[in-house]
Design a protein. Structure first.
Length: 115
């Protein structure tokens, strides 16, 4: 069972990035997938979550209208499109799913928003 993030990096304020999460080892299409982030010195927080068929999407209030979560069940991929990025979006972003009582996290990918 594995989830692996990619697509992070350095971007200027106002710019965009798309994060990807590749899933393997489980029935991807059956599970809610989530993106979390952890900024330096802060607790990890939920960014967005998407149901197994993409029917319900939840976003943290600070990201509504700027971030879009999506998934491709045929490719076992979940994405996070981030627009109008701000310096306070700088964080390590994690992909996560939960099966039964266990959580599975990726290793995280760093996004830095800076001039």
């Amino acid at each position: 069972v594995q989830v692996v993030e990619s697509g992070g990096g350095l971007v200027q304020p106002g710019g965009s990035l798309r994060l990807s999460c590749a899933a393997s080892g489980f029935t991807f299409s059956s599970y809610v997938m989530s993106w979390y982030r952890q900024a330096p010195g802060k607790e990890r927080e939920l960014v967005a979550a998407i149901t197994s068929i993409g029917g319900t999407i939840n976003y943290a209030d600070s990201m509504k209208g700027r971030f879009t979560i999506s998934r491709d069940n045929a490719k076992n991929m979940v994405y996070l499109q981030m627009n109008s990025l701000k310096p306070e979006d700088t964080a390590v972003y994690y992909c996560k799913f939960q099966r039964g009582g266990r959580e599975y996290w990726g290793q995280g990918i760093l996004v830095t928003v800076s001039e």
